[in-house]
Ligand binder design. Structure first.
Ligand code: F6P
Length: 374
């Protein structure tokens, strides 16, 4: 059998694909694109790994034929399944009532080798990317396709799933205007996005929100209350506030819903919107309600922008593998498809730059970010 290093140089015949981390609309479109492009343009075999790296470790891998991906382009979620609980380098194994952690990366490499795969396509966010980087260092030939509704993967301006999440948020916020206006309320709408404000800024811009609160700008409660009162005093008797789940006061404390012991990212954010709504009501006397959009944002059918991006990313990944590129992430930047070597991609997440044109446009529309003056 060829060593992994020789396999990297070898002509590709067989690849495997997995989806890791939280699901999002467009994952199935990526799977379909990789399978069909690999079969149609290169005559490769494609196998699907179930539930991200867990399926690779446990050998839950099956062939994906042309017909297996028929009809999935429009479906949300992932036919392969996914998990945001598996760190292959700190793999949790239940032993009775206790959980033991071990490095299962060697087991994953063994499975990859015994499957005679020539490359692994990982569709994931920053967590999957960090594992992919480590596997690539160990000699596993990899390509990453960036996905997440958060749009926060470094080195790419767009991730699969983001457009649909913005669309879902926009539809919901548009609806909430009518009830906010009828009752003369401040309506606080919390969107996901973890520690990046992309979803909040994009949906706030698309709906003309009066106040947009994001993790990039720690907020000042007084400024928010003053704006709500000021709007009310000039006859604007409702205020739409879009808040990212990771937004916080200057002390940096975030509101989270749960902390799981055995998770790579133990904190699950959520609840800052409700906190803010109660504070506004208490401090201004103006009635306020909060709505947490939560998982609805990443549910349902992908809109056309995600279908196109997913299909383009899938083809790009396959074509780059065919031309000998390995250990890279396909990306969208400056209006075109590109790729970056995994080793050059910074750790962590990509937040909204403070001078991003969307931020400037929100400000020009009169929206308030309520940044705390430092
Ligand atoms: O990263 C995607 C994301 O949807 C975040 O926006 C959110 O904080 C998190 O996943 C929620 O994860 P879970 O599905 O585990 O609650």
């Amino acid at each position: 059998m060829l060593s992994l290093k020789n396999r990297m140089m070898k002509k590709i015949k067989k690849i495997a694909i997995l989806t890791g981390g939280g699901d999002c609309p467009g994952l199935n479109a990526v799977i379909r694109s990789v399978v069909r492009c690999a079969i149609h343009d290169h005559g490769w075999e494609v196998w699907g790994i179930e539930d991200g790296f867990a399926g690779l470790i446990e050998g839950r891998i099956h062939p994906l034929l042309w017909d297996n991906v028929a009809g999935i382009l429009t479906h949300g979620g992932t036919i392969l399944g996914t998990t945001n609980q598996t760190n292959p380098f700190l793999y949790a194994k239940k032993k009775g009532a206790t959980v033991e952690y071990k490095d299962a990366s060697k087991q994953a490499m063994k499975m990859f080798k015994s499957g005679q795969f020539d490359a692994l396509v990982c569709v994931g966010g920053d967590g999957t990317l960090s594992y992919a980087k480590r596997f690539a260092k160990e000699g596993l030939p990899i390509v990453v396709i960036p996905k997440t509704i958060d749009n926060d993967v470094p080195s790419t301006e767009r991730t699969v799933g983001f457009y649909t999440a913005v669309h879902n948020a926009t539809e919901a916020i548009d609806k909430l205007y009518t009830t906010a206006a009828s009752h003369h309320r401040a309506m606080v709408i919390e969107v996901m996005g973890r520690d990046a404000g992309w979803l909040a800024v994009a949906s706030g811009l698309a709906t003309g929100a009066s106040i947009i609160l994001i993790p990039e700008f720690p907020f000042d409660l007084k400024k928010i209350c003053d704006r709500v009162v000021q709007r009310s005093s000039v006859g604007r008797r409702y205020t739409i506030i879009v808040i990212a789940e990771g937004a916080h006061l200057a002390d940096g404390r975030k509101v989270f819903q749960r902390k799981a012991k055995d998770r790579t990212q133990p904190f699950r954010l959520g609840g800052i919107g409700q906190w803010l709504s109660l504070e506004i009501e208490k401090k201004t006397g103006i009635e306020s309600r909060s709505v947490m959009l939560g998982h609805i944002l990443r549910s349902g059918s992908p809109i056309y922008q995600d279908r196109i991006l997913a299909t383009m990313f899938g083809c790009e990944a396959v074509h780059r593998l065919a031309t000998g590129e390995r250990n890279m992430m396909v990306a969208w930047g400056k209006g075109e498809l590109t790729s970056h070597p995994l080793k050059n991609i910074p750790q962590g997440i990509r937040q909204v730059p403070k001078n991003h044109p969307w931020i400037d446009a929100c400000r020009s529309m009169g929206a308030l970010f309520a940044e705390k003056d430092l």
